[in-house]
Structures are given as C-alpha cells and as structure tokens.
Design a protein around this ligand. Structure first.
Ligand SMILES: [Fe+2]
Length: 484
C-alpha cells in the first residue's frame, strides 16, 4: 500500500483564521434574515474573490493567487438565496485533474509545472461583472470567463466572439450609463511583460466595436483606470514587471520608488494617436472611485498611497514594507487636459484611510456626490481578513461636495468587505456589505441605508458559514439577469 503525504496549507496569515481557504462550492437557500428587507431589494448581488483549491506548489503564496470563486445573493420577495462556485478556468481544470497545484509564484510561468506550459494561469478571481445579459469573472492577466447568471456554472472564455486581439482585459471595467457601453483596457496586452496596451469599447449589445493599441511608458501593474464623458485616463505607477527577473525566479511585481508615475489622457472619441502621457511623482493607486470632466477640466477621485499597498510586493532596493507609506487616502486629482503640462492639483477627501471605493453606477463618468469605501481606524481593534492584512473596521461614506464624512463600526470582532450600492428611486438607496465575524468565524450581510450607514443595519442576513474575503462585485436588478 502506497502512503501519501497530504499537502498542507502554510501556517501563514494568508491561509489561516478567517483567510483559511474554503475549497468548496455551495448552495444555501432561504437565508435567515433579521429585520425586514426593503421591497426595492429585488435582484442579485454577485461577488468574486480568490480561494485556492490546493495548497501552494511552492509552499507559500500571496492571497491574490487563489482560484476564482464567484458567489451570489439573490433577493426575491424578502427571501435571499446564496450560491458559491469556483470558476472552471483552464488552470482550475488542469489542477483538478492532477489533484494538486501546478502553478507556482504569482504570474510567473517560469515557476510553473512544465505540464502547464501551454495552459493559461488566469484565475478569474477579481471581479464579477454583468453586461448586456452576460455574467463574467474577470482577472487582469487574461480574458473574461463567462458564467451562467443563475447557476454560476462556467460557460467558458469570452473573446468577444473572436474579435478581441488583446490577451488581457482589466478587472475594473466601466459601464457608461449614458451609452450602455462597456469600456475596458488591457495591459501586458501582447503577452507576459509586454508594454503593449489596449483600450476597447463594447457597445450596449455586447459587441466589441473598438480596439486601440498603444505602448505604456514601461510595463507596470495597472489595476484600474478612469473614464469620464469625454476622456479616458490610464495610470502607470512604478510597480514594475521584468521578464528576465521572472526567469530568474523573481517576482512578477516589484516596487521601484525612484521611477516616475505617468498619466495617459485619451479623448474618448480620439484614436491612440491622440493619447498623451504626463509625468507624475511616484505613488500608487489600486482603485478609482469615479471621474468626470467639466469641459477640459478632469477630476479623478482615487485611493492614493505613497507606495503599492500590497505587503507581498517587495521594494526593488530591499527596503522593508512600511504600512504608513502604503496607507491609501481618498484623494481628488484635478487637471486640465488642454494644459500642455496637465498641471494637477491634489486634495485629500477624507481623513480616514481605506480602499474599495464605490459609487452609484448611474453616475459613473459623470459628476458624483457620494463615495462609499472600507476604512481603517488603527486605534480600534483590527482583524486579519483579505490580501493586505487588516480588514476594514469601518464602513465610510463621504460627501465629496460638502466634505461630510460618516462611518460605521460594528463590533470589535467584525470587519467589512467591499460595499455594494443598490440604487433606489427617490433616495440614495441601500448598501450591502459582507461582515466577517472573527469570533464566530461566520459571516453576515448588513443591509444599510446608503445615506446613513452610521445608523447601523436595517436588516442582517445571516450565513451559517464564513466567507473568505472577495474583491469586487456588482448588483444586477431583477429582470436584467435571466431568471433573476
Ligand atoms: Fe480591484
């Protein structure tokens, strides 16, 4: 009889406690609800995040390298049903067949098992996204995976009916509510480490109608971008990639504080020939809350830090990670697209550090008033949840017009995942947010008045399980998704 040693997940904060992998698909019908759900909550909340099926091939790994899992809460007549299912990516299927991890370090194919040399490492683990009747799981180093919006079964890779040439599509797509267009970009668009970028437009029917190719100043992690009615803004911050470094077994991403950042401004109706790049001092932003323009004056509200916020991304000069440098603050950048230097002003919008900014989807690319995000008060207890370390211990609402900031802290043993606004007619709508309960290792969904999150939940949806932290999601009103 052959004895087989079971591989173990490492005893590391990325894989223990609330971050322990769940490794399961599940369905829970008719969740318990405390309080009364608003009648307007009719639809489905989709979320996507990482959850590794197998222990890491190299013994340890970063949080963001887990297999994509999509979950859904379907709200119908006061009842809530829950489903969660791994995306059957090429990577997932290859590893399932082998019964172990075959992919090594994050986005470094030189550390993979030779058997997957021709298999995509795309985990589809970042964003659940819905457009023109189709549900997708997105990851920025590959193409979207299409999922069944009712069962979450994987339908397969989506290349826009063979039209898209880019090998990558951002996990931060924008839907322009004025046109119904899906605006996307790709970086490393022509393969590992390439400087090639793409800007793409998908019309309201789901057809790719534009694909503009151009080059970035250097190859960098471009996690998000900004879109206004008249402009598209790309942001190159010095988290850099180098294929030779990867070949030597090094990280895909390294933080190079001495490099400039670059801002690329593209008129929406222009071509790549109209794209102009402007230098900025080094800094980093993972997420844009929203952007808009008044004539040629562009405003971008983004979570901005002095360095990349991920502790797993090393400094090129070996300097130790400094959480104060990495702390992001919601900031407004304003600059004139007609100014030959695009001279910009920078204004902090909230004193509370935090991330995962969200706005009402109806104001994307136009003037917004309110941003919601997960905040951190370092003087309150912090619990380990998600990719950075501490999970958000505040849920924050900022009125960017008045400067008013309000915040909700629940119990010291709780942390928040990304908030989701559900729009309503005649008022600001509702916020949905998964709350991690670190004492019971269970989760719940808090339903809040969006105008007053500080008042606490008007209803709480209980789960009999933990929900490992997801990244990003979307709300799809009933009727938009087939069967919703
Ligand atoms: Fe993101």
């Amino acid at each position: 009889m052959v004895k087989r040693m079971t591989l173990l997940f490492p005893l590391h904060p990325n894989f223990t406690g609330y971050n322990a992998p769940m490794r399961t698909d599940s369905e829970i019908l008719d969740l318990e609800v405390i309080g009364e759900l608003p009648a307007e909550l009719e639809g489905t909340w989709y979320r996507c995040g990482p959850d590794p099926r197998f222990p890491p091939r190299l013994g340890n790994d970063i949080y963001v390298n887990g297999d994509g899992v999509v979950s859904m809460f379907r709200f119908h007549q006061g009842r809530v049903d829950f489903r969660m299912r791994h995306v059957r990516t090429e990577r997932y299927l290859a590893e399932r067949y082998a019964g172990r991890s075959l992919f090594g370090a994050y986005r470094n194919p030189f550390t993979d098992d030779p058997s997957v040399a021709n298999v995509s490492g795309n985990t589809a683990n970042t964003t659940a996204f819905f457009h023109a009747g189709h549900l997708f799981a997105l990851k920025e180093d590959g193409l979207p995976y299409e999922l069944d919006p009712n069962t979450l079964e994987t339908r397969g890779l989506w290349d826009f009916r063979g039209k898209l040439k880019s090998k990558t599509v951002t996990a931060h797509p924008k839907i322009d509510p004025a046109t119904g267009e899906w605006l996307l970009f790709g970086y490393e668009a022509n393969g590992l480490g390439s400087r090639d970028m793409v800007f793409g437009v998908v019309d309201k029917h789901g057809d790719l109608v534009r694909e503009e190719w151009f080059e970035a100043p250097y190859t960098a992690m471009q996690h998000d971008f900004a879109v206004t009615r008249d402009y598209v803004i790309f942001m190159v911050f010095p988290t850099t990639a180098d294929v030779e470094r990867m070949r030597q077994g090094g990280d895909h991403w390294v933080w190079e504080r001495d490099k400039d950042s670059w801002i690329g401004i593209l008129p929406r109706q222009g071509s790549a020939a109209n794209l102009r790049w402007f230098k900025r001092p080094a800094g980093y932003s993972f997420h844009v809350g929203n952007a808009y323009n008044e004539g040629s004056l562009i405003h971008i509200d983004l979570c901005l830090s002095q360095r990349n916020a991920f502790p797993g991304i090393p400094d090129a000069d070996g300097r130790p990670y400094n959480p104060e440098e990495a702390a992001p603050f919601l900031t407004r950048w304003s600059f004139d697209a007609q100014d030959p230097e695009a001279t910009f002003t920078s204004r902090q919008l909230s004193p509370i550090p935090g991330e995962l900014p969200r706005v009402d989807g109806r104001v994307v690319a136009s003037k917004h008033r309110v941003i919601y995000y997960g905040g951190i008060n370092p003087e309150l207890p912090l619990n380990t949840s998600g990719p950075i370390g501490p999970g958000s211990n505040l849920l924050v609402r900022v009125d960017v017009d008045t400067g008013a900031v309000s915040a909700l802290h629940l119990r010291d043993a709780d942390s928040f995942q990304e908030p989701q606004l559900v729009p309503a007619v005649g008022h600001e709508g509702y916020l949905l947010v998964v709350v991690d309960h670190h004492d019971t290792t269970l989760a719940s969904v808090a339903v809040l008045e969006a105008a007053h999150p500080e008042k606490g939940p008007i209803a709480t949806i209980k789960l009999p399980i933990r929900l490992r932290d997801a990244f990003h999601g979307c709300w799809v009103a009933a009727g938009a998704a087939n069967g919703a």
